[in-house]
Structures are given as structure tokens and as C-alpha cells.
Design a protein around this ligand. Structure first.
Ligand SMILES: Nc1ncnc2c1ncn2[C@@H]1O[C@H](COP(=O)(O)OP(=O)(O)OP(=O)(O)O)[C@@H](O)[C@H]1O
Ligand SMILES: [Mg+2]
Length: 253
């Protein structure tokens, strides 16, 4: 099976006090169609930096990222725009994914207008309301702005918006960390159900191992900017190979 996304030996450096500080080193990772990959590691280990590097939001100092065989660094802006619908991300703070000035309805409808070119207003309304219903948002929330929603509702809007064009891959960076436990479970359940229905692969980043264990087929572990262990979820939790992974599991149980 060929990979959707492949990162090969990537590195990211930041400039600090006249020196280059490596924050990702020699990271290689592949994500295949439809799989749920968990990414865990302590705070500051580089998880969000990896997400940003994979999304081309941060320049690489080393290595390359391929999307369905294409080197992202070599793609033109128009090519990148063309692949955006198939390659989506959601972040911890909905403010990072949602515009404060767009109503729920417009936020969810926007990717359909931009990418799928849906100008037919009746079809646009029908598809947007369906996308809202799919994530448990009622029609009357459609005219609200993000600041008029709860955190869980905001993340549902972000999920509906990210999935409306049926992406092949969704990167989720700590998307339930700011939510109450009961709301976390609801948001996770609907996210996983929708992604399984659509066949969308997920890179699920969290420092919460219990959450990662529930949603992932496979888990990769990051320590100090490097991937140090990768295994199918059951194997990683029952037989971790690295002392750091053992510590993470112990600390979470
Ligand atoms: N733009 C930047 N400039 C300087 N240092 C940075 C920058 N971005 C990230 N870092 C540093 O890189 C390291 C990794 O940060 P990152 O946000 O990727 O960690 P993380 O694993 O996502 O942590 P958390 O679980 O707290 O979200 C941290 O030490 C952070 O301070
Ligand atoms: Mg982070």
C-alpha cells in the first residue's frame, strides 16, 4: 500500500541567540490511507512542530515531505491550494482553525465554495446543514459566531469544516485537551466515526495516552525532537521497548 504522506529524515531548526537550535531531528514517518496514527510525547518534545512541518507551516532544515508522491517543498502555490481540500488540520484552540468573524454556517460552507466551487445556493445550504447534523450541531447554531459557542461546539464546527470536502488526511493537534472529560469523549467519538465513514486517515497528536490508545491503530513516540518508538497500539502499550515510552505509560496510568 502506498503512503498518503511520507516524511523522510526531516529536521527543523530555530534561530536562538545567534545559534541554530534543532527542534526536530531526523524524523521519518509514513501515514497510509484510512489509518489512525497517534503521536505522543512530553510537552516540548516537538509534536506540534512536526504537525506544522508536515503542513508546510514551518521550513525544513533537512529532509523532505511527500504527499501522494509529490515533494511538498517543490509544489507551486497553485498546486498546494489544489491539494488543500484533501489535507486538513485542526488545532487545540478553535481560534486557530476558525475565523472570529465567520458564522458557524459560513465557516462550514466556505471550503465547499472555495474548493468544490458549489455556487448552487440550495445545494450549498443542504450540504452545509448535513455537515452540521453529522457532527451534532443543530440548525439554529448556524448564525452564531465562534465566541458565542462552547469549546465543544467550536471543535465540532472545526471538525465539520475540516471534513466537508472529504479529506484523505486530517492532522489533529491536541483538539480535545481544552475540553471537559465528558465533552472530550463526545467530540472524539464523532470525529473517529466520521473519519472511519469517510476513510480519512488521522494523525492524532496528544499528550494524553489514554485518549491516543482509544483512537489509534498505531502509535509513534517523540522525545526531544526525535521519533524513538513506533508500534501497533496494543503492542506499544503491552510491550514498550524504550524506557521513555514505559515512563510515559506509567505516568498516565
Ligand atoms: N518558533 C519557535 N522558536 C523557538 N522555539 C520553538 C519554536 N517553536 C517551538 N519551539 C520549541 O521547540 C520545542 C518543541 O515545541 P512543540 O510546540 O513542538 O512541543 P509539543 O510537543 O507540541 O509540546 P506540547 O505538548 O506542550 O504542545 C519546545 O522546546 C519549544 O519551546
Ligand atoms: Mg503542542
Amino acid at each position: 500500500m502506498s503512503a498518503l504522506l511520507t516524511a523522510q529524515h526531516i529536521g527543523v531548526q530555530v534561530r536562538q541567540a545567534r545559534a541554530w537550535l534543532p527542534i526536530l531531528q531526523d524524523v521519518s514517518l509514513s501515514i497510509h490511507a484510512g489509518e489512525m496514527v497517534g503521536l505522543v510525547g512530553q510537552s516540548g518534545s516537538g509534536k506540534s512542530t512536526l504537525a506544522r512541518a508536515l503542513l508546510r507551516l514551518m521550513p525544513l532544515s533537512h529532509g523532505c515531505v511527500h504527499w501522494q508522491g509529490h515533494d511538498l517543498a517543490r509544489l507551486s502555490e497553485s498546486h498546494l491550494r489544489a491539494l488543500r481540500p484533501s489535507y486538513q488540520a485542526i488545532f487545540q484552540q478553535p481560534s486557530a482553525s476558525l475565523s472570529p468573524r465567520l458564522t458557524v454556517f459560513r465557516a462550514i460552507a466556505e471550503p465547499l465554495c472555495v474548493h468544490a466551487g458549489r455556487r448552487d445556493r440550495v445545494a450549498l445550504r443542504r450540504n452545509t446543514l448535513q455537515a452540521m447534523a453529522d457532527v451534532g450541531l443543530s440548525e439554529e447554531l448556524g448564525e452564531r459566531l465562534p465566541h458565542q459557542l462552547s469549546g465543544g461546539q467550536c471543535q465540532r464546527v472545526a471538525i465539520a469544516r475540516a471534513l466537508i470536502n472529504r479529506p484523505r488526511l486530517l492532522i489533529c493537534d491536541e483538539i480535545v485537551s481544552a475540553l471537559d472529560l465528558s465533552v472530550q469523549a463526545q467530540v472524539l467519538n464523532l470525529l473517529m466515526a466520521r473519519c472511519r465513514e469517510l476513510g480519512t486517515a488521522v494523525l492524532f497528536i496528544s499528550h494524553d495516552l489514554a485518549v491516543v490508545r482509544r483512537v489509534s491503530d498505531r502509535v509513534v513516540v517523540m522525545q526531544s525532537g526525535r521519533l524513538i518508538e513506533a508500534a501497533p497500539t496494543d503492542q506499544l502499550f503491552s510491550d514498550p521497548q524504550q524506557p521513555y515510552t514505559r515512563q510515559l505509560i506509567l505516568a498516565s496510568s
